[in-house]
Ligand binder design. Structure first.
Ligand SMILES: [Zn+2]
Length: 378
């Protein structure tokens, strides 16, 4: 086991199993950030990339009802993205995935934003028994990826809904400058992983109410249907605090404390389950990103991290009950021997072998560059 070490530049540390430090004590995630800075210029260059992209999206969507699709969670990033897209004159279809855990605030945020911007909203509702089965399976699998089923379902929903709506562009609100990249050792997902964990631990063998994309489907969507997942914020000066200010003023958006806390399961998972069971504190990823982009002071971040991730005991009780566990059953899950995605069938080794074609696809902008960096390279 490595001894505890913190990056000299950000606040990433050895609780991330895949961290590596250079001779100056700087971590590989900072290096990836710098590489991304080079790949995603801001200023005039970024502006011209974005303007070209907007024109392309408009051309591709000519004579169609929509020209792009935007996944809306009710969080600040996706809400601001929708606002931004409308300001550019794009005609998005907003899609939201209801996995049974959305908070009242997030549902209201989604409704307010789409109403005020006059954007159509399509909601894909997961059958609760299926979602529950998947989430219980991942908790039983004892991996730190229990948010994988939802994350991957959203990803799959956006590709399938883009096909249905006849659009080629899916705009994504992720920003490496503001959010960073979660280490693979903390969070990994792919279609084979989700399906195999369900097969091993679930009571049903198939999910019918929402899609779980296979690798073959993904390749078909990307290469044949030419669906593009575009990360707009990587090319614009995206400041989270300012974005929140704008959507609060313009769209009646309401804040909930903590990142990615638009649903109760994620809140429970990040604030309680991951820290307690895996010693994983995801604030480190976000804070590190903000430090690198000069939006947060490193000392202030270290100070915050010195106290445990605050959690709401009501969330914990609510989640245990909603997932159908007794207190004892949940205690057992909490103390199961820790495992990783390497213990289950995934596409991971295949993607390592396909490193070269994946690199080409990323260079041709067929897939986001981060997919190559995270899944094939690192
Ligand atoms: Zn670092």
């Amino acid at each position: 086991m490595k001894s505890m070490q913190i990056c000299t530049r950000c606040v990433s540390d050895t609780t991330m199993q895949d961290i590596v430090f250079d001779e100056n004590g700087m971590c590989n995630f900072c290096k990836l950030h710098d590489k991304f800075i080079d790949m995603h210029p801001l200023g005039e260059k970024g502006e011209s990339i974005i303007n070209n992209l907007v024109e392309k999206i408009k051309r591709a969507g000519k004579n169609k009802k929509y020209d792009c699709i935007i996944g809306l969670s009710g969080g600040s990033d996706s809400t601001y993205l929708l606002y931004w897209a409308c300001k550019q004159g794009l005609r998005p279809l907003a899609v939201t995935f209801d996995n049974g855990w959305n908070t009242e605030i997030s549902v209201k945020n989604i409704k307010n934003a789409t109403d005020k911007l006059g954007v159509d909203l399509h909601t894909v509702v997961a059958d609760w028994e299926e979602m529950k089965d998947l989430q219980r399976s991942f908790l039983e699998a004892s991996v730190s990826d229990a948010d994988a089923p939802s994350d991957y379902a959203i990803y799959s929903v956006l590709y399938t809904e883009a096909i249905k709506a006849g659009v080629r562009y899916s705009l994504n609100g992720h920003s490496f400058r503001a959010e960073g990249t979660v280490p693979k050792s903390w969070s990994y997902f792919d279609g084979r992983y989700v399906k195999s964990v369900l097969k091993l631990y679930g009571t049903r063998k198939k999910i019918k109410s929402f899609p779980i994309m296979s690798l073959l489907q993904f390749v078909y969507y990307v290469l044949v249907k030419r669906i593009k997942d575009v990360r707009v914020f990587d090319y614009i000066e995206y400041n989270k605090a300012k974005a929140k200010e704008i959507i609060t003023r313009e769209l009646d958006w309401k804040d909930y404390s903590g990142h990615h806390h638009e649903n109760v399961f994620t809140r429970f998972f990040q604030s309680y389950f991951l820290p307690v069971k895996f010693n994983i504190d995801k604030r480190k990823v976000e804070y590190s990103a903000l430090i690198r982009s000069n939006q947060l002071d490193r000392n202030k971040a270290l100070q915050e991290l010195a106290s445990a991730y605050p959690y709401d005991v009501n969330d914990v009780e609510y989640v245990i009950k909603k997932l159908g566990y007794t207190e004892q059953e949940f205690e057992r899950i909490l103390h199961l021997p820790k495992r990783t995605f390497h213990d289950y069938p995934t596409y991971h080794s295949m993607m390592k072998k396909l490193k070269f074609p994946i690199k080409i696809a990323a260079q041709l902008n067929l897939i986001p560059k981060i997919l190559y960096e995270k899944y094939a390279e690192m």
